[in-house]
Design a protein around this ligand. Structure first.
Ligand SMILES: [Zn+2]
Length: 458
């Protein structure tokens, strides 16, 4: 039986409205004392004491949207490497999307993922089931058998669900089962051949742009369907000012809707593509400064419920780095691309890694006074737990499983992709100075990651 005493940290637990200096004691995988005023209790015999002075002690962070690429793409990530990256980033639970090979549309694939997670002994994995067989958008999966196999959310993420009638039937399943459908909103007729957001930067580079309407039209259609249904509907990675305006209105009308934003969408605008090229390419694309401002406002006012990394590891070849790598990078001044290079950029795989930079990027909003510390924890633990219906997670209540993240909110560091736990390095944040870092991650009462013990961070 392992016991831990977390001494003297700032406990932030928005699920119970707590923010103050307390000691926490963990034993046998559970929280046995929380909210003892700091210094009033002594450590139980044999307990390891972790000095948390100056640290935040928060419910283990939960990421409702990651791609672990396993089964199928071990060169990009495996369940083990992805879950190690998760705990290094402070995440104790991640929801793994279904666009693996084979697709997670069967209990067998879900079992494989859960078995891999048990062996990895890092973060917990929640399998996200595909909505449609093979992500083909034609036939619904068997919701009940996927839930029995461990699914706690359904998504064809990576792809939109074009067929409206099929989506209505998926919403019926979500109403009946209570598990949310997460939607990747994109009208592919409007994104075709686009390499980045349509705007000044795409004109400068001479590449085809992806208009905000590609996202907005689908958000509008699907919110209209959600308003008429009881179904829990979640919108993944919202990126436009119009999308958050529509979501705000739908919530006012009582729709059972939640949404997420990624650290890259709230931190960067489309000019980042001029520096990072394919490593700033994802779907939806980085948008304009005005869109970013609208996202920040929606994070502060509660319209945006949670932060999700959309961790999307890729090898250099999928990112077309051999053709494009030389053109982009800090200090290089890229100009108009040749037709060939523009086409290559449009062909480069979508997505960036995010698990190991999310806490620092979210904290930058706290340091800038855009969101409070409690709001950050709400968006990274409380609300994702609710979405995935993990009723005993996202809180530091006595009796809850001891999934806890310890964060130094003032630690200054530089993003160095070479030391990522993830197998992939595709990030637009290399070299960025950030303030705030995960120091230790406790999963089920065990210290699974301890930065002070096993690694030097510059
Ligand atoms: Zn997506």
């Amino acid at each position: 039986m392992t016991s831990l005493m977390l001494r003297g940290g700032r406990i932030i637990d928005p699920s119970s409205g707590i923010d103050g200096l307390y000691d926490v004691i963990v034993s046998d995988g559970e929280i046995i004392y929380a909210l003892e005023p700091a210094g009033t209790i002594t450590a139980p015999e044999g307990a390891a004491v972790i000095d948390c002075a100056g640290m935040w002690v928060v419910p283990g962070l939960i990421d409702p949207h990651v791609h672990l690429r396993d089964p199928g793409f071990a060169e990009k990530e495996t369940i083990a490497s992805g879950l190690r990256a998760a705990v290094a980033g402070g995440f104790t639970t991640v929801a793994a999307m279904a666009n693996t090979s084979p697709v997670n549309d069967s209990p067998e694939v879900s079992s494989y993922m859960l078995q891999g997670a048990r062996e990895a002994k890092a973060a917990h994995l929640v399998p996200v089931s595909a909505v449609t067989a093979g992500l083909q958008g034609r036939e619904l999966v068997d919701f009940d058998s996927m839930i029995q196999a461990g699914a706690r959310m359904f998504s064809d993420d990576g792809l939109p669900i074009d067929d409206q009638a099929l989506l209505v039937r998926a919403f019926d399943q979500a109403s009946q089962t209570g598990f949310a459908i997460s939607l990747h909103e994109e009208d592919r007729a409007l994104t075709a051949n686009g390499a980045m957001n349509a705007g000044e930067a795409s004109k400068y580079l001479g590449v085809a742009g992806i208009p905000v309407t590609a996202e907005n039209l689908r958000v509008r259609r699907d919110l209209a369907l959600a308003i008429g249904s009881e179904a829990p509907v979640h919108l993944a990675h919202v990126s436009t000012a119009k999308a958050v305006e529509l979501i705000r209105a739908a919530k006012q009308q009582g729709a059972n809707v939640t949404c997420e934003v990624t650290p890259h969408h709230f931190s960067l605008d489309d000019r980042a593509v001029l520096t990072w090229g394919p490593n700033a390419r994802m779907a939806p694309p980085l948008r304009s400064r005005a869109d970013v401002e609208a996202l920040l406002e929606a994070m502060a006012d509660g319209t945006i419920d949670m932060i999700a990394t959309d961790h999307a590891p890729h090898d250099p070849e999928s990112k077309c780095m051999s053709q494009l790598g030389g053109l982009f990078g800090p200090g290089k001044s890229v100009s108009r691309l040749s037709a060939d290079d523009a086409e290559t950029l449009a062909r480069a795989a979508n997505g960036v890694v995010g698990l190991e930079t999310a806490v620092g990027l979210a904290l930058s909003l706290v340091h800038r006074g855009i969101i409070t510390a409690a709001r950050m924890v709400e968006m990274m633990a409380v609300n994702p737990a609710r979405l995935l219906r993990l009723s005993d997670r996202g809180c530091l209540t006595v009796g809850a499983p001891a999934d806890i993240t310890i964060i130094d909110p003032n630690f200054q560091w530089t993003v160095e992709p070479a030391i990522f736990r993830s197998k992939s390095r595709n990030t637009p944040f290399a070299g960025m100075r950030l303030t705030g870092l995960t120091i230790a991650t406790i999963v089920g009462g065990e210290v699974i990651f301890d930065r002070r013990r096993d690694e030097v961070v510059k």
